[in-house]
Design a protein. Structure first.
Length: 352
């Protein structure tokens, strides 16, 4: 974008009879030159072309200035470069670099403004539902499939095993946004999106209110992803991994019925702690002898009183911590996980 500096020349000492000057009239500049690397990556992977195919354009083709492909590229590259706010588009629409990224026919013509991009983000669910200001429709199911397709395309040779990491984290809000809710653990109003990763690949991102359990919708999302993965790789082994927020009978029962393994954190309680008194005592004795934290591992068969439909393998870590630097007493720190993996497949130490 155009620089707004005082025009003038700063003279410096000459070097080898050459004048050295500094001026502030560079004209149209950009500070986002690294974006051309992202563009080259996309040209190899074709991700944005596949993403654009998830949209349907019901606008009058004779009146279109900015095609959907340009709108999608303009918005995605903007987010990637840190311009999440659509208000930034009033300036960025005149940046020739963004015209290059959007693959515009005329690099000097203005790109889409914030109003046009806002209509893209508020796309109708179907072409039939398109309204006067929402002529672009997005196929949400196609977008969901795309995230998994990109993961599949990144592996020309199917892996023997996939670990799906489920997580929910806070997305703070600072106004009266629809669906906001106060979350006691995070201590503020936020959303609680669900994420599912396979290594560094994002397979699911679902925006949710914090008014529901952290595991809400997880079983349905996992089922959808597993079906798509196994359609491409029928023999792949799949393991789910998550914290105690996802340790729910519905998800574990579904996994067991569909040959999907799981390793979930299990919130400690008095009944669980009472299962490992000898291990806790041994850890305390080791800690007292060595002066260092001690850990003893064990496994039990455990079933809740009413929330689980069956007994399951639970692995425990009986840990004794040393006293802190401020003179605090050492304390017991038992941890637990529940898993479908058999003992002969993986031992207790490797799981906790």
């Amino acid at each position: 974008m155009s620089t707004e500096c005082t025009a003038g020349t700063l003279q410096f000492q000459a070097v080898a009879r050459r004048a050295v000057q500094a001026r502030c009239d560079g004209g149209t500049l950009t500070s986002d030159g690294g974006a051309v690397l992202l563009r080259d990556v996309d040209r190899v992977t074709g991700i944005l072309s596949q993403f654009t195919a998830c949209f349907r354009d019901a606008r009058d083709s004779a009146r279109i200035t900015h095609p959907v492909s340009a709108l999608v590229r303009q918005r995605v590259y903007g987010v990637a470069l840190g311009y999440e706010d659509l208000n930034d588009r009033d300036q960025l629409r005149h940046d020739p670099l963004f015209a290059v990224l959007a693959e515009a026919a005329d690099l000097m013509a203005p790109l889409a403004g914030k109003s046009t991009l806002n209509r893209l983000e508020l796309s109708a669910a179907t072409v039939e539902e398109a309204e006067r200001y929402k002529k672009i429709a997005v196929d949400h199911a196609a977008v969901d499939r795309l995230l998994v397709d990109v993961f599949l395309q990144a592996h020309p040779v199917p892996p023997a095993e996939i670990v799906l990491d489920l997580d929910a984290t806070d997305d703070p809000v600072h106004g009266a946004q629809e669906g906001r809710f106060f979350h006691g653990y995070y201590g503020h109003y936020c959303y609680l999106p669900l994420y599912i990763f396979a290594g560094e690949h994002l397979l699911c991102a679902r925006l949710r209110s914090t008014a529901f359990d952290a595991s809400a919708g997880a079983r349905e999302e996992v089922e959808r992803i597993v079906v798509q993965l196994r359609a491409a790789w029928p023999l792949v082994r799949i393991t789910l991994r998550a914290d105690s927020g996802f340790c729910r009978d519905a998800l574990m029962t579904w996994a067991e019925a569909h040959e999907v393994d799981y390793v979930f954190g299990l919130a400690k309680n008095a009944r669980l702690t009472a299962l490992i008194p000898a291990e806790l005592a041994e850890a305390a004795a080791q800690c007292a002898t060595t002066g260092k934290p001690a850990r003893v591992f064990a496994e039990r068969t455990y079933q809740t009183r009413d929330s689980w439909s069956r007994a399951r393998r639970v692995v425990a870590k009986a840990e004794q911590l040393t006293a802190g630097a401020a003179g605090e007493e050492g304390k017991r720190n038992p941890r637990f996980v529940v898993t479908s993996l058999a003992t002969e497949t993986i031992d207790a130490r490797a799981l906790v």
